[in-house]
Design a protein around this ligand. Structure first.
Ligand code: DCM
Length: 149
């Protein structure tokens, strides 16, 4: 029996993140969050999310992280498929990440935990922040979905 159905077969740990947008069908704004740590990542902007715990599914982890970090309840939309088996994105050597589009259904995103700033980026401004290297190709993939802001 597979006791860890949510873990990637690569041996890397699984991280989840949300591309929080204003509208799932025709997004015009994307939410970016600036990390406070660890020091190698501090100041870099990311799609908010975090590690999947052993006792939760990836989507449970996504809802938990967004509640804890940003104080919001989200509706999760379609996945943003990455190039790895299982459609995840590579995050360095130790992690891989699953990403979904999401919209806020309750609350206003705020930098509650792990971030010191959150910012909505309009369609023409998706690259105005210093994205973490691992997040950059994901934002490039997302860009095609954006309409005029
Ligand atoms: N990470 C990332 N991009 C994201 C979310 C996370 O590169 N959008 C990385 C940072 C950490 C690891 O994943 O190395 C685990 O994330 P956390 O520390 O938020 O649990």
């Amino acid at each position: 029996m597979d006791l860890s159905p949510h873990l990637p077969s690569s041996g890397r740990a699984l991280v989840v993140a949300a591309a929080v947008v204003d509208d799932l069908r025709t997004p015009t704004r994307l939410l970016a969050a600036r990390r406070t740590g660890p020091s190698v990542l501090a100041g870099g902007w990311e799609l908010p999310g975090g590690k999947v715990e052993l006792d939760e599914t990836p989507l449970e982890a996504l809802h938990r992280e967004l509640r804890e970090e940003l104080g919001v309840v989200v509706e999760v939309g379609p996945p943003v498929d990455g190039p790895l088996p299982g459609r995840s994105w590579l995050l360095g050597e130790r992690y891989e990440m699953l990403v979904w589009l999401a919209v806020v259904v309750e609350g206003e995103p705020a930098a509650i935990e792990d971030h010191d700033e959150v910012r909505w980026l309009g369609a023409g401004h998706l690259f105005d922040v210093a994205w973490l290297p691992a997040d950059l190709p994901i934002v490039e993939r997302l860009e095609a979905r954006f309409g005029a802001s």
